[in-house]
Design a binder for this molecule. Structure first.
Ligand SMILES: [Zn+2]
Length: 299
């Protein structure tokens, strides 16, 4: 799912292309895309874009009549910049927003239709889709810690909860925890002061590094290849590859449709975290340490 750095890159690329420009027409290929009934979409046609805003992992577009169009890309939704009036032919093409300089096209890969559009009459109405997580660049250290400690949860779940923090998902939480040298299953109520400081610093620095990198790219070309997997990532999507800090193979905890990646040497004192599929396969032989796993692989 596009996370804060990806959404930031989209905003960087969209501002010079659509702010101040009139939305000439909207074409919708999927009837399920729009989740609001009123106001109706034609009410923003002909109106110029006034500003752009990120709300969590959503993109909000303000028009000069005070209305706000909100796009949520979910997992497989992506934006593209095509020539004005480009045909919506492909199976994945969901909608097009036509401007004088080009068409903003929303696509969604796969058969599940999760991406959504909402149209609101005013800024106040945006509150209904804001999950409420704090912006890590605006909130103080104390606000960050307080938000994460509301419930005792694992760091992985707390960091990715949109009601706690804004814009962080599976990919960047892996990168943040690796940078902070903290275990994804560490409980928030058991962190020391020093660990909280490390987590706060790592959260800001990791996100800022990626935001800067993507914004620099987005100033040159429209971000057409938004993905949760980047070769520069330390652990996310890098199962079995060497940790850039210590060289140990990156490990994973697998779930139904995604996985958490971490470095045991840097984050879990060498311990391997139970992986459901592997556990079942290995039964009581489940290796508890990296050394045990390596011994097992050598057999
Ligand atoms: Zn490492």
């Amino acid at each position: 799912m596009p996370e804060l750095p990806d959404i930031s890159a989209y905003l960087t690329a969209l501002r010079p292309r659509i702010v101040g420009q009139p939305l000439q027409s909207i074409r919708i290929a999927s009837p399920f895309l729009l989740r609001t009934v009123s106001p109706a979409l034609p009410e923003i046609e002909g109106h110029a874009v006034r500003s752009l805003l990120r709300i969590g992992k959503r993109i909000a577009v303000e028009f000069d009549n005070g209305m706000w169009l909100v796009l949520h890309l979910m997992i497989a939704g992506r934006l593209h910049w095509r020539s004005t009036g480009a045909k919506l032919g492909g199976r994945n093409d969901l909608a097009s927003f036509d401007f004088p300089g080009g068409s903003l096209v929303l696509t969604e890969a796969g058969s599940k239709r999760r991406a959504s559009l909402h149209l609101f009459g005013s800024r106040e109405d945006l509150g209904s889709i804001d999950p409420g997580g704090i912006d890590v660049f605006e909130g103080s250290f104390d606000e960050f810690r307080t938000a994460l400690m509301v419930e005792n949860r694992t760091l992985k779940r707390a960091l990715t909860d949109p009601r706690i923090l804004s814009g962080i998902g599976n990919a960047y939480s892996d990168e943040i925890l690796h940078a902070a040298r903290l275990s994804p299953i560490q409980q928030t109520h058991r962190l020391s002061d020093e660990e909280w400081q490390r987590l706060f610093k790592a959260t800001r620095e990791t996100l800022q590094t990626w935001i800067d990198r993507f914004n620099a790219e987005a100033q040159k070309t429209f971000p057409e290849k938004v993905t949760a997997f980047r070769k520069e990532m330390a652990v996310h999507g890098r199962f079995g590859q060497p940790c850039p800090r210590c060289g140990s193979p990156v490990q994973r905890i697998r779930y139904a449709d995604n996985e958490t990646n971490y470095c045991p040497q840097c984050q879990t004192e060498g311990k391997l975290l139970a992986d459901r599929s592997l556990s079942r396969l290995l039964g009581k032989d489940w290796p508890r340490t990296l050394d045990e796993l390596e011994a097992l692989r050598r057999r």
